[in-house]
Design a protein around this ligand. Structure first.
Ligand SMILES: Cc1cc2nc3c(=O)[nH]c(=O)nc-3n(C[C@H](O)[C@H](O)[C@H](O)COP(=O)(O)OP(=O)(O)OC[C@H]3O[C@@H](n4cnc5c(N)ncnc54)[C@H](O)[C@@H]3O)c2cc1C
Length: 230
């Protein structure tokens, strides 16, 4: 484990914060870190850039991260298999809530060499952490962009145009996205980032194993939909 210094902290609402740290890591989009919040536990969080994370408060440790000011944090990683990096492709990224974090990293890395559209769904506008070009924002309460879910937003697009789809958010949402693309794309062309309860982060403890035996920490967290068997 090494220690990083918090260089910027921005809170978006009661539950969500973007935390930048120094020094930056050598990492790829889709990878995660095990973040040790001193005095609390160690939790897995996706990298949103080489030096930042987005965290949503769901329990004790994530709540401390969002609501207390830490000057330093402990960190292990980066871990996990990243997204495959496309070139000269027509791409769609679909994010739900804080699932935007790994896709922000991917967007920054690939948007120069690919034609990228983005669909970003949240409950209401104060959960919007990042802005993207060519993005449909969907808010469940209609406070910004289209009123509805990412699935409603996808119905506004010509889905057969896309050669690759990258998705991160709740698993039911990602499955629903894949249902729309299933008749249009090979399974290997759709990549999703999965979450499971995790302890070690590098394939030893087995706590994050999927039903098919693949480990989210080591074989993922990014999988194509063929690998996850959807
Ligand atoms: C690879 C990976 C990347 C992640 N990236 C992010 C991210 O970028 N931003 C973010 O806010 N969160 C992310 N998470 C989820 C985050 O790790 C959990 O929210 C966090 O561990 C909760 O810890 P806690 O102590 O605050 O809550 P706990 O008290 O541990 O849990 C509170 C609630 O959250 C549920 N929970 C805990 N861990 C997970 C998990 N891994 N997956 C699903 N539900 C869980 C528990 O079942 C419980 O209902 C990621 C998880 C993984 C595995």
């Amino acid at each position: 484990m090494f220690v990083v210094r918090v260089s910027n902290f921005r809170k978006f609402n009661e539950k969500i914060a973007h935390i930048e740290f120094k020094p930056a890591l050598k990492a790829f989009p889709g990878q995660f870190v095990m973040l040790n919040v001193f005095g609390y536990e160690e939790i897995p969080l996706s990298l949103a850039t080489e030096n930042s994370i987005v965290v949503k408060s769901v329990g004790e440790t994530s709540n401390a991260l969002v609501n207390k000011k830490f000057e330093i944090l402990g960190l292990r990683g980066p871990f996990g298999r990243p997204f495959t990096l496309p070139r000269n492709k027509k791409i769609l990224m679909v994010a739900g809530g804080v699932g935007v974090a790994p896709l922000k990293f991917l967007y920054d890395v690939v948007s120069e060499h690919n034609d990228v559209d983005f669909v970003y769904g949240v409950k209401n506008s104060d959960e919007i952490v990042f802005r993207f070009k060519n993005c449909i924002y969907a808010t469940e309460d209609g406070s910004f962009g289209l009123k509805g879910t990412v699935i409603d937003a996808l119905r506004c697009l010509d889905l057969k145009n896309y050669e690759r789809v990258y998705c991160c958010g709740k698993e039911e949402m990602m499955k629903a996205v894949w249902k729309l693309f299933e008749p249009l794309l090979p399974k290997k062309s759709c990549e999703v980032s999965l979450e499971r309860y995790m302890r070690c982060g590098f394939g030893v403890c087995g706590s994050c194993s999927l039903e098919n035996g693949l480990l989210v920490c080591k074989d993922g967290p990014v999988f194509n939909v063929e690998e996850v068997g959807w």
